[in-house]
Design a protein around this ligand. Structure first.
Ligand SMILES: Nc1ncnc2c1ncn2[C@@H]1O[C@H](COP(=O)(O)OP(=O)(O)OP(=O)(O)O)[C@@H](O)[C@H]1O
Ligand SMILES: [Mg+2]
Ligand SMILES: [Zn+2]
Length: 655
């Protein structure tokens, strides 16, 4: 067995199972008719004792690569995953499939925990779903140290790298922990790993001569598009999309406030929707999640990126990013929730560059200032040097930071396994004292890289939004795939007529350069879309059907929507859209969070000039979209079939 340390029992049968055996298990136990090539390679490699790094697109079936081996390996398979929601989702699915599984994380009650630990101690084939924190804890750690697992799978492994978008300090100690566990082999899985992130995964997890299996991030059924929209244009556009596009869909916003506004707006126009963000109670969140995830339920989920990573509902037909994401990694993760059944789905970004300032602000809040972290670490080391556990107030005073900042810093250090919270709100430094400062320094420098990289990642989002050729090629390029073949499905390919219309047909109509999402002659529905996405969705309720019939009646025989996902100029909306307009295009954050942000080194939020202009700008004022306000309104009225508005008195001084 190549690359394995000696000194412990081999987890393998004498010969790894043949491919046809694997296919049979996939069929019989998981109902999977055909394994993907990468899945076969990964499972084969894992079962023959190799460490593997698997980079497979979202929805590519990575989970099966540890679920299936867990049935064949004679020792436990431990799966480390960063999100509780993900664990819960998988746990329920695996139970339904009858795959022996236990779950161990901070939310599991005492009795269940005891039962799970007893089950693991009994040995044999079992899948253990856990978090890095629980794995680092004494209970599970000690148990697994006694009976090493056959396989450890690290899901969302990009979280280990500061070059990635989603670095989690909790993943830091994972490499050491895994080395201590003497696991048979390690499987690292992710959908979004650029080449440097892949290197980090191999290095930090200590993979031994791993087989690296990387598939192109390209998913042929996803139709990417970007629209430049500002302020209330966005909400109007979203309202149109939400009414017309087949559901289910997800609308991603950057802040909890914006989620609430958009959710309310969609409810006002009677679009069935749920919402998900960090400020809801656990109960509310799981109710909304359950409602959205229910099989066959066709509603819209409005969410922050807390609802993302790994969510597996097969039939999501569209993802709208109402605000720009902080990175293309995150964008691809979230867009990857769509079309997991292989049918066509749309991924639309409503782009306003100023939204990235919100991201900057949020990122800085979650990243901490590296220098502050260094200072705080030294204060912690000073207290530890005197063999005393300081409380948050004392640490804050020693490091010269506020108590809120100190509390944030402690959370990060606890996650990184550098200290722990003990009784009376005291903080105890863990690990050898002589390496404490060094460990904090290590963490500090990783946050430094992360911060620097944040800016680069955001620039990549802007570049993606202004990409001239093909969105899919741009995304692929970002992830190190140099295949230049255009997708033929994104807004740009359609604009350029790539892979769209039958050859030989020339469209002579002028194409409006400000509408790149509309291909010339784009009103001809593409045949494959007509099959995959019948206008109005796979099934519509009676109300929607009637509304669509009325609309068709008004329009004649035109298709209900542009095949690009961009909606054709709409008739006047039935619901008062003005009700939808949020008070401000930039959501006010909690002012206390602003203070904390400033202290932690986060840039302030951008001013709100658009809001002022929208609310009370003079008729001739120019909106961020470019055209003078009155001209745009007139154009809109013309599109809707109204004549120009009767002349209104101009304020003095206007030409
Ligand atoms: N070979 C296959 N053929 C058809 N469906 C499959 C196959 N393998 C897995 N699936 C299904 O694809 C869906 C997505 O799988 P999974 O959740 O493992 O994706 P993932 O790669 O982990 O994606 P993400 O990166 O978003 O977490 C699941 O419902 C799974 O049952
Ligand atoms: Mg997954
Ligand atoms: Zn394209």
């Amino acid at each position: 067995m190549e690359g394995l340390e000696t000194g412990f029992e081999t987890p393998m049968r004498s010969a790894p199972p043949r491919v046809d055996e694997l296919r049979q298990v996939a069929r019989q136990r998981f109902g999977i008719a055909r394994l993907h090539r990468e899945q076969e390679r990964t499972i084969g490699a894992v079962l023959s004792g190799r460490d593997v790094l698997l980079v497979l697109p979202t929805g590519g079936g990575k989970s099966l690569c540890y679920q299936l081996p867990s049935l064949l390996l004679p020792r436990p398979t431990v799966v480390v995953s960063p999100l509780l929601a993900l664990l819960e989702d998988q746990f329920l699915k695996l139970q339904q499939l009858g795959v022996p599984t236990v779950r161990l994380d901070s939310t599991v009650g005492v009795a269940d925990r005891r039962a799970a630990l007893a089950r693991i101690a009994a040995g044999g084939s079992i899948l253990v779903l856990t978090t890095p924190e629980t794995l680092a804890g004494d209970e599970l750690g000690a148990l697994l140290a006694k009976s090493p697992p056959g396989l450890v799978a690290v899901d969302e492994a990009h979280c280990i790298s500061e070059w990635g978008h989603d670095f989690r300090p909790a993943y830091l100690a994972l490499g050491q922990r895994l080395a201590g566990l003497r696991a048979g082999q390690i499987l690292a899985l992710t959908a979004t790993a650029t080449p440097p992130v892949r290197d980090d995964i191999v290095r930090y997890l200590g993979l031994r001569e791993p087989e690296i299996i990387v598939a192109s991030p390209h998913r042929h059924n996803l139709m990417f598009s970007v629209r430049d929209l500002r302020g209330d244009e966005k909400l109007r556009h979203l309202a149109k999309l939400a009414r017309r596009l087949p559901r289910p869909g997800i609308v991603y916003c950057s802040t909890t406030k914006m989620v609430d506004d958009v959710w309310l707006g969609l409810r006002l126009i009677k679009v069935p929707c749920a919402r998900y963000h960090g400020k809801m109670t656990d109960k509310e969140r799981s109710e909304h999640q359950a409602r959205f995830m229910k099989k066959g339920k066709r509603i819209v989920m409005v969410a922050t990126s807390a609802f993302g990573l790994g969510i597996d509902k097969p039939d999501i037909r569209y993802i709208v990013h109402y605000q720009a994401p902080a990175s293309l990694e995150r964008y691809l993760q979230e867009a990857g929730r769509a079309g997991r059944d292989g049918h066509a789905a749309r991924c639309m970004l409503l782009f306003d560059e100023s939204d990235l300032q919100i991201q900057e602000h949020l990122l800085a809040l979650s990243r901490l200032s590296p220098s502050l972290l260094g200072r705080f670490g030294r204060a912690l080391a000073a207290w530890a040097g005197e063999e005393r556990d300081a409380n948050i107030e004392e640490l804050a005073l020693s490091a010269g930071v506020s108590q809120r900042a100190a509390s944030s810093l402690v959370t990060t250090l606890v996650e990184a396994g550098i200290c722990e919270r003990v009784e009376n709100r005291r903080v105890h430094a863990t690990g050898p004292l002589d390496t404490l400062v060094e460990r904090v320094e290590g963490l500090r420098s990783r946050f430094e890289v992360l911060r620097r990289e944040d800016a680069r990642r955001m620039r990549a989002v802007v570049e993606y939004a202004s990409e001239p050729e093909c969105r899919s090629v741009a995304l692929r390029r970002y992830f190190g795939d140099t295949d230049p073949t255009p997708c033929g499905r994104c807004d740009l390919c359609r604009t350029h007529g790539v892979g769209m219309r039958p050859a030989g047909r020339i469209d002579r109509r002028p194409h409006h350069p400000r509408r790149p999402w509309q291909a010339p002659g784009g009103e001809v529905p593409r045949p494959e879309l007509a099959v995959a996405l019948p206008a109005g969705g796979p099934r519509a309720d009676g109300h929607e059907r009637r509304r669509r019939r009325r609309r068709r009646g008004r329009r004649g025989a035109q298709p209900a929507e542009h095949p690009t996902g961009a909606v054709r100029p709409a008739p006047p909306a039935a619901a008062p859209l003005s009700l939808l307009s949020p008070p401000s295009p930039l959501p006010p954050l909690d002012p206390a969070a602003d203070d904390l942000a400033a202290e932690l080194g986060a840039p302030g939020l951008p001013p709100e000039p658009q809001a002022a202009k929208l609310a009370g700008g003079p008729p001739g004022s120019v909106l961020p979209g470019g055209a003078p306000r009155h001209r745009r309104r007139r154009r809109r009225r013309r599109r809707r079939g109204h004549g120009p508005r009767p002349a209104v008195a101009q304020p003095p001084g206007t030409p």
